[in-house]
Design a binder for this molecule. Structure first.
Ligand SMILES: [Fe+2]
Length: 301
């Protein structure tokens, strides 16, 4: 009898955990650019709106791309960032590419930028090359330790794609080659642990994923202990800072292993990189982090 009850309870938990994978969290995060030698006059900066998708994991993805298009249609988006783990199996390359292509219907002004994650690197080199070329065919910029310099309303914006740290592919010197001493620096990478190694590589904001918010976060995401130093520092999701720089860890859109989430939800986030003044006039959701006076300011909804 007791086994029967346990079985029923486990089944209910699984059903509930699977349902959670459909329950998309749409987050808004605003971060102010710190005045620096690179960007002296931050007040001239026009807000940069970045739609951030991470960890799509096509094999276990419950959120349709069409839903994302419907939810964000009509909103100004400057850039779409995809921070890795698009899939695990090469047979899903067409689905992953079609998914990104559908989200690109939102027509980001500066384009769509992709970095790969540890799961993408499970693919054989020729299949990964196929994924990369298919993404480029639809108009994405795939950055593997590379940067792109863009013009955002007359201001210089460097988008720096740092390859996956977890599989030891990140090369900061290479990523920053060609990044000049002026302009705003936005880093895209999969594993946020790389921030711990970036003392000599300055940036204004960094977007990442990798931890899935624990995915099964119940009672605690103990399994993340194996995934580098950040989880041990209690940084597994959301907005953080290290070395006085802001970085963000997405909970990701899809799931790995089983298609379930507990105390975690699939996430899509609209980040606004803005000025201190604009942020001070943001709604009451603004929150100051207790840091040094030069600390970046954040607002989250
Ligand atoms: Fe992932």
């Amino acid at each position: 009898m007791i086994w029967m009850v346990t079985l029923v309870l486990v089944a209910i938990l699984f059903i509930r955990a699977h349902r959670n994978t459909f329950d998309l969290m749409k987050k808004n995060v605003s971060v102010a650019i710190r005045p620096s030698e690179r960007v002296e006059d931050t007040e001239n900066w026009m807000p940069l709106r970045i739609l951030h998708l991470s960890d799509l994991h096509m094999e276990n993805l419950s959120v349709p791309a069409e839903q994302i298009v419907k939810d964000y249609e009509g909103q100004p988006i400057d850039l779409i960032a995809v921070t890795g783990d698009l899939l695990d199996r090469h047979r899903n390359i067409p689905r992953a590419v079609a998914y990104v292509e559908t989200v690109m219907k939102l027509k980001p002004v500066l384009g769509t930028f992709v970095v790969f994650g540890n799961h993408d690197y499970v693919l054989r080199p020729n299949k990964l090359a196929q994924l990369k070329s298919e993404l480029e065919r639809i108009g994405c910029r795939v950055l593997c330790n590379q940067s792109v310099t863009l013009n955002h309303h007359g201001q210089t914006l460097h988008v720096i794609g740092v390859d996956d740290y977890a599989t030891r592919r990140s090369n900061l010197a290479k990523s920053y080659q060609g990044v000049t001493d002026d302009g705003v620096r936005l880093v895209l990478t999969h594993d946020p642990n790389v921030v711990l190694t970036m003392k000599d590589y300055d940036y204004d904001y960094l977007l990442s994923g990798h931890f899935h918010g624990g995915q099964i976060h119940w009672p605690k995401p103990y399994h993340l202990v194996k995934m580098g130093r950040l989880p041990r520092m209690n940084m597994v999701k959301g907005l953080h800072q290290y070395d006085n720089r802001a970085f963000y860890i997405s909970e990701g859109l899809g799931q790995t292993g089983l298609n379930i989430r507990l105390r975690s939800r699939p996430e899509i986030t609209l980040h606004t990189l803005t000025t201190q003044t604009a942020l001070q006039h943001a709604p009451d959701t603004s929150q100051q982090l207790p840091q040094t006076e030069a600390a970046p300011t954040f607002a989250m909804e």
